[in-house]
Write a protein that binds this ligand. Structure first.
Ligand code: HEC
Length: 115
């Protein structure tokens, strides 16, 4: 008898867990769609750009320019990030227009400090 009770209890537990998983899944997909509306330039940079530009923008691997010294406007940066330049790979199709704009703005905000 004890065995049956624990089996029923286990079944209820699994059912309850399955149900709460569904709940958290729909929550996290909601969060993702909010994040997609306002792309985080810093995150995008960390994920896509540090391999060549480094976390401080000055690593200059493979002939990448030191972003701290860049004098390009936001539009020019968007253009280079979208279509690439020499060794730099184009991000068209990899990042959305909004993500490219956000990461371009990030390179200005984070690295382009003129003293
Ligand atoms: C494969 C290596 C590589 C990756 C990855 C890369 N870059 Fe570049 N980047 C370069 C190189 C090389 C140049 C210099 C191109 C040239 O003018 O010869 C450059 C140039 C630039 C410039 C222009 C700087 C200037 O003043 O001329 C910007 C802005 C820039 N990258 C931003 C980014 C951003 C933002 C990302 C991520 C979305 C990124 N790069 C990813 C290699 C890379």
């Amino acid at each position: 008898m004890k065995k049956y009770i624990s089996i029923i209890f286990l079944g209820a537990l699994i059912w309850a867990c399955g149900d709460s998983d569904k709940g958290s899944n729909s929550n996290s997909s909601k969060k993702q769609s909010v994040a997609a509306k306002a792309p985080d330039g810093k995150k995008i940079f960390k994920r896509n750009c540090v391999v060549c530009h480094g976390i401080y923008g000055d690593m200059a691997i493979n002939g990448a320019k030191d972003l701290n010294l860049s004098v390009l406007t936001l539009e020019e940066r968007v253009e280079i990030i979208t279509n690439g330049k020499k060794v730099m790979t184009p991000f068209k199709g990899v990042l959305s227009e909004k993500q490219i704009a956000a990461v371009a703005q990030y390179t200005i905000d984070a690295f382009n400090k003129k003293e």
